[in-house]
Design a protein around this ligand. Structure first.
Ligand SMILES: [Zn+2]
Length: 365
């Protein structure tokens, strides 16, 4: 089953400004009214998007009563919001998916960090005090509260609201959920899931439109004021010392992926796969591949020596029992070249797979 999950609207988007593959006029992802576009929410939703998906799959598993297996890809939409294309093994009714999606939310129980609660919004930022080993206010010299201390204070507040709540888009948004039963529209679904994987997120977000570039710059600026974790130096803008802060911490500047301009804060993990999606581990796939090559070579009479009895041991520089380093490298390169040549020979001699159109493929006699 194929599902697309989209984030809510942060403001109306222009329906023109770009041309698609078919030569049609389409939207360029820029907001119709940048002044009223909710950049604050858009940036915070990006930071907590992964946690929301984890919650969604957990809720869906509880609702259907079985351990749903999925393969999902995270992609940016043109407006710079993340969305997810998910393949699920088995089928779930669309009603359940709609209900679970509508009911799923992730609450962020961090200290308040809306833009109007910033203590140091501009160039003046807290400074490190080497004597007290913490950050202090540059004007008054008073020490700032640490993240954990603020959390402890919040624990005692009755009827506290979460600092942020993130949800997927509701059904008022266009095409927020699309369920396709694999088979009928499987090609289309697989196309969606894999379409962008050959491109980096930065390539997907490359644009010819000035107003879209301006929009991305604006969203990026907002991400510089959005804490990404308890350890994020952006917390200092809110007068809070992040976990693990020391004299090397640059107030307000975080190297985390959530603040990057080229990816607009999208997570590093593009593909999310549940543990039992294929029942195979990476070593399993590696072994399969090695076995495939071994069989192909054997089919043309090339038998590789069995090396399973060899033992590996680490040698140190200057170790007399080991050949010189450049000899090792050169002999390894030569060995790889032989392997490649053997493999190419085996491919040619074995011929193309039977179902393939062979007319254009030269086959060795
Ligand atoms: Zn950060």
């Amino acid at each position: 089953m194929f599902i697309t999950l989209t984030m809510p609207s942060y403001g109306a988007i222009n329906r023109d400004g770009a041309i698609n593959d078919k030569g049609e006029t389409v939207g360029d992802g820029s907001p119709r009214d940048p002044g009223s576009y909710d950049y604050e929410r858009a940036a915070r939703d990006i930071v907590h998007f992964s946690a929301l998906f984890d919650r969604w799959i957990q809720n869906l598993r509880r609702a259907v009563g079985w351990n749903i297996q999925y393969f999902a890809t995270v992609e940016p939409q043109k407006r710079g919001a993340p969305h997810l294309h998910i393949l699920i093994r088995g089928t779930v009714s669309r009603d359940i998916i709609r209900q679970v999606t509508a009911a799923t939310y992730h609450q962020v129980w961090w200290p308040l960090h809306t833009r109007d609660s910033e203590v140091y919004p501009g160039d003046v930022l807290p400074v490190w005090d080497p004597a007290r080993l913490t950050f202090i206010d540059p004007a008054t010299g008073s020490g700032l509260l640490a993240f954990d201390d603020v959390q402890d204070l919040l624990d005692d507040v009755e009827d506290l609201d979460p600092a942020h709540v993130v949800r997927f888009g509701d059904q008022m948004d266009r095409a927020d959920i699309r369920g396709y039963v694999a088979g009928r529209k499987a090609d289309r679904a697989i196309g969606y899931v894999t379409k962008y994987l050959t491109k980096s997120i930065a390539e997907v977000l490359d644009t010819d439109s000035d107003r879209t570039r301006h929009h991305y710059n604006r969203l990026h600026a907002e991400l510089q004021h959005t804490p990404c974790s308890k350890r994020c130096p952006v917390w200092l803008r809110y007068g809070i010392v992040p976990e693990g802060a020391d004299e090397k911490t640059t107030p307000g500047r975080c190297k985390g992926k959530a603040h990057r301009r080229d990816t607009l804060g999208l997570p590093g993990r593009r593909v999310l796969v549940s543990r039992q999606w294929s029942n195979k581990t990476l070593p399993d796939h590696k072994a399969d591949r090695a076995e495939f090559v071994r069989q192909l070579l054997a089919s043309v009479g090339i038998v590789k020596p069995d090396t399973s009895h060899l033992k590996l041991s680490v040698v140190r520089p200057g170790d007399r029992s080991a050949p010189p380093r450049d000899h090792l490298i050169l002999s390894e390169i030569a060995r790889r070249k032989i392997w490649r040549a053997e493999y190419n020979r085996a491919l040619l001699e074995a011929g193309p797979p039977a179902q393939q159109d062979t007319s254009a493929i030269p086959v060795a006699a």
